[in-house]
Design a protein around this ligand. Structure first.
Ligand SMILES: *[C@@H]1O[C@H](CO)[C@@H](O)[C@H](O)[C@H]1NC(C)=O
Ligand SMILES: *[C@@H]1O[C@H](CO)[C@@H](O)[C@H](O)[C@H]1NC(C)=O
Length: 144
């Protein structure tokens, strides 16, 4: 019997990647992606925590950040630590309702630590609705 074996389709998941700025394609991005890019620049690059939260984070956003100390808010926590850390923005991705940020942070969680942090934000109508965060403290001398 003759039968054909379907060749496995090679599935290439292509995630469009771009640094949040500078962008040559701002005009073609959807409003949520433009909001996300500006949010990333304001929060992680300029470290303007209040400006970023007031403009882009929903007051009812749900925080799944396991590193957030009890009894504080993400906004208050970042206001406390951001003046003492240096942040390198490694990568952002945006797809559907989600924006992803990959940063390397010198000075967190302890003053002599360096960590890689991955933040996933869900965005709707230009406002961040949810945050998931993952943090790995890097061994001394480890380069990503
Ligand atoms: C951040 O960078 C400044 C300037 O290079 C440096 O003096 C400071 O020690 C750095 N802080 C941390 C936590 O790495
Ligand atoms: C942090 O690093 C500095 C400079 O290397 C060192 O003097 C200090 O003891 C370190 N602090 C801790 C808590 O390890």
């Amino acid at each position: 019997m003759l039968f054909s074996i379907a060749k496995p389709a090679s599935l290439i998941l292509f995630a469009s990647a771009s640094l949040a700025f500078p962008s040559k394609h701002g005009a073609t991005k959807c409003p949520d992606q433009r909001a996300f890019d500006d949010f990333v620049k304001t929060l992680y690059v300029e470290k303007e925590v209040d400006a970023a939260f007031n403009k882009y984070v929903s007051p009812t956003f749900v925080n799944h950040d396991p590193n957030l100390p009890a009894g504080t808010t993400e906004q208050a926590f970042l206001n406390e630590i951001f003046p003492n850390v240096n942040i390198t923005l490694e990568r952002t991705l945006f797809q559907g309702d989600y924006g992803f940020v990959f940063i390397v942070v010198d000075g967190a969680p302890a003053p002599n630590d360096t960590s890689e942090i991955m933040d996933l934000w869900r965005i709707k109508d230009g406002k961040m609705q949810e945050l998931w965060e993952s943090l790995e403290t890097l061994p001394a001398g480890f380069s990503i």
